[in-house]
Design a protein. Sequence first.
Length: 104
Amino acid sequence: MIKKNFFSLLILILLINKQAKSDSMLDMGKDIFLNKASCSTCHTLKDAGSEGQIGPNLNDIRPEKITVINAVTNGIGVMPAYEGELSKDEIEAVSHYVSTVSQQ
Ligand code: HEC
């Protein structure tokens, strides 16, 4: 009985930890969106409070994470490529952020 509770507690701690990690990735992604990469200049995204009109409204197109990663890494149309400017982790974070909050 004690052993079972111990494992339940362990799993709970692991789950909370995972949640905290993904939240910090969202925070990092939001910061990149608004500041480091200035995606906000060109894109409207409600969660970020941005109203850029040059690129598509991200709440309308609701891109999959892989779509964001591709656009940010390689650029698309007049949107610049960020490879070299953002690290792989930063591209991952901003893509996680955009694909998550644009669904809301
Ligand atoms: C200079 C303005 C500009 C900036 C800065 C910019 N974008 Fe874009 N973005 C565009 C334009 C324009 C398009 C549409 C390109 C096309 O379809 O020809 C686009 C398209 C996209 C798409 C859709 C891609 C697809 O396959 O349909 C996503 C997602 C996206 N941008 C995310 C981002 C993110 C995240 C950032 C910041 C890291 C960013 N953009 C920065 C202008 C910009």
